[in-house]
Design a protein around this ligand. Structure first.
Ligand code: SF4
Length: 409
């Protein structure tokens, strides 16, 4: 099956033809064939098959499988949102080895610590602008405790009731609930009552203790991360999940990570999106570890799409992976590229991401998606469609353009 077929425009026959062509290729090994047949028949692959894909799945093969699933679920629809981030602080009581963002308390002079008013003023800056989500996540410090976040969420909720608050990871929740001596269930109820609506996917790293203890040993364990999401799902809340890949983990650690997520999702159905996060090696304690290649990044997106059959969405976070790779990823299982951001996040810029001031206008995001023949859909946090931009014309596209001719002396 020629590689170009996976770039064909969405069309269910073309998609099935590509997959059938692959399955009927006499050069395919029985194991590759069996996995491809499972995908065609909408069957779940096993842990061992997940590891096999990492070890023996070449990019064109994985692309056909992942694109088949992506287009069957979403057609050409490619989601983004209009959002901004608040990062309360880059000081942190923890010392994750991969983290380029945090400054330990002893390096306080290099850090920032926003007050409640600082954060509230950031929200107010977006008054009148059509953003739908505020994403709040940062370092862990003692003054940011349960009463602090209850008050912050309530103030935002009262000020702008339709701005979706997606905030804090289990790393922060574990810390503040422990300090307040309350259970995860009680803590999540308090947060929901204050105005929290979703939990982002961060802090997951790699769940398996063999790796987690080497790269992020003091913060919440993998089991605790999953338990907090489970409590949140029980309250009817939705959340996302990430995986920090491409450092010292083995392929089977990645599959183990996704397996734990898949099992929890079977139980709660509360996850919306899986977001693989590429390890970046600038200015952290793991700078000697080389970064993964673009080929490996694309393979990883594709395997995630194949393995996580009970997750609706796979996201490539463009600010972390670069615009070009985000475009490419749309043919390898990805259907969401995150949001406008407006230069409000430093987490990946400080780790050496190509985007040093991440921000895109809606028009730029739409163009990025259209350039690779996909359909741009602005969504809200819960994937309700805000605007379909496929046939949309921006104001500056419909106004007649007059250009002055240059005057030659
Ligand atoms: S990854 Fe998060 S918890 Fe770990 S040091 Fe960085 S900011 Fe702190």
């Amino acid at each position: 099956m020629p590689f170009y077929r996976i770039f064909a425009k969405n069309n269910s026959k073309v998609m099935s033809d590509a997959l059938l062509g692959l399955i009927n290729n006499p050069k395919l090994t029985p194991q590759h064939k069996s996995i491809a047949t499972k995908v065609l028949q909408n069957e779940r692959i096993t842990f061992e098959e997940g590891v096999f894909l990492y070890e023996h799945g070449e990019l064109p093969y994985l692309g056909i499988l992942a694109n088949y699933i992506r287009e069957k679920r979403h057609g050409d629809n490619t989601f983004f949102n209009r959002n901004f981030h608040i990062e309360p602080t880059n000081l942190c009581v923890y010392d994750c080895k991969f983290c380029s963002y945090s400054r330990l308390l002893k390096q306080r002079s290099e850090g920032w610590e926003y007050t409640m008013d600082d954060m509230f003023n950031i929200v107010k800056k977006y008054d009148g602008q059509p953003v739908t989500e505020v994403h709040i996540v940062g370092g862990v410090l003692p003054q940011y405790d349960v009463p602090f976040y209850v008050e912050l969420f309530s103030r935002i909720r009262n000020h702008r009731p339709n701005l979706h608050i997606k905030a804090l990871t289990p790393v922060e929740y574990h810390y503040i609930f422990k300090k307040a001596k309350i259970s995860y269930a009680e803590g999540m109820r308090l947060m929901q009552k204050a105005g929290l609506q979703s939990i982002p996917g961060g802090g997951a790293e790699i769940f398996h203790p063999e790796i987690r203890e080497q790269i992020a040993k003091d913060k919440c364990t993998g089991d605790q991360w999953l338990e907090i999401h489970e409590e949140w799902h029980k309250l009817g809340g939705r959340s996302n999940a990430t995986m920090l890949y491409g450092h010292i983990e083995k392929f089977w650690h990645r599959v183990d990570h996704m397996e734990r997520l898949r099992q929890l999702q079977d139980k709660t159905h509360g996850f919306q999106t899986f977001i693989p996060l590429k390890f970046r090696n600038q200015d952290n304690q793991m700078s000697n570890v080389p970064e993964s290649t673009v080929i490996e990044d694309l393979r990883n997106y594709a395997i995630a799409r194949i393995y996580l059959d009970n997750f609706d969405h796979i996201k490539a976070y463009w600010a972390m992976i670069s615009r070009n790779t985000a475009q490419l990823s749309l043919n390898f299982g990805v259907d969401d590229i995150d949001g406008t951001l407006d230069d409000t996040t430093k987490i990946y810029t400080m780790a050496g991401a190509e985007e040093q001031h991440p921000g895109m206008s809606t028009k730029e995001l739409v163009e990025l998606i259209k350039q690779v023949k996909r359909e741009p859909i602005e969504r809200d946090t819960l994937y309700n469609v805000v605007t379909n931009y496929q046939d949309h014309q921006f104001e500056d596209e419909i106004k007649p353009q007059f250009y002055k001719l240059p005057v030659l002396n």
